[in-house]
Design a binder for this molecule. Structure first.
Ligand code: ATP
Length: 201
């Protein structure tokens, strides 16, 4: 059976922390494929976003040399708000019989109970979590406790062991606005940002 990781994010821009956890998840869980899914209209985040096509272009550049990584416009081409529940259904139809893993950082876990049909989602989808700096499982909202306790036991939730890069898109956008440079970017993405004059203020 194939193990497929689905990695949703705003990716504004994609950074080395994203690539690092995708590689680490692939190693630790034994994923055959990781699909990066830039969000079209993320309903959890409302600040102005870089256009979807630019974010997708940067993801494609960042993963070009990674044989197990792919990018999908699945969450970009759908109209209106896109929900993980619907995205997973689409991939389930595309890869019948595959084990699907939704990959996320712990900041996303802390909001999971607000996601559409989250209980059904986690019943049929495994979840892989990277704990970001300052987070720990004790901070998980009460609504998630019963499910999380059981899921950690039965293996449908995995916590990444590998240490993380302490990088965020927010920090990178701030660095770029200030100095036109950031250390946390894959080289082809840094070049794209320069060429297209993104994140200048
Ligand atoms: P922002 O700073 O704009 O909130 P971000 O860096 O968190 O962005 P997203 O595109 O929102 O990036 O992240 C997509 C997913 O990757 C989320 O589940 C997020 O928790 C996770 N993630 C992002 N950066 C890291 C990191 N350095 N370590 C672990 N997980 C990360």
């Amino acid at each position: 059976m194939k193990n497929i990781g689905l990695f949703g994010g705003t990716f504004d821009p994609i950074h080395n922390g994203h690539l690092h956890i995708a590689r680490a998840f692939a190693d630790e869980i034994g994923l055959d494929l990781v699909v990066f899914l830039p969000a079209g209209d993320p309903y959890h985040k409302d600040s102005t976003r870089t256009p979807t096509q630019e974010r997708l272009n940067m993801v494609e550049l960042a993963i070009a040399d990674e044989p197990k990584f792919a990018a999908s416009d699945c969450d970009i081409v759908r109209d209106g708000a896109t929900y993980t529940f619907d995205t997973v259904q689409i991939f389930r139809q595309q890869f019948p019989g595959a084990q699907l893993w939704w990959l996320m950082g712990s900041d996303s876990l802390m909001q999971l109970h607000t996601w559409k049909k989250w209980q059904t989602l986690v019943r049929h989808t495994n979840i892989a979590i990277a704990m970001r700096q300052g987070d720990n499982l004790n901070k998980t909202p009460r609504e998630l406790h019963a499910w999380l306790g059981e899921a950690l036991q039965n293996g449908s939730v995995r916590i990444l062991n590998a240490p993380l890069h302490n990088t965020s898109s927010t920090q990178i956008r701030a660095d770029l606005a200030k100095t036109h440079h950031s250390d946390g970017l894959p080289q082809p993405v840094a070049q794209y940002i320069r060429q297209h004059k993104l994140y200048e203020k």
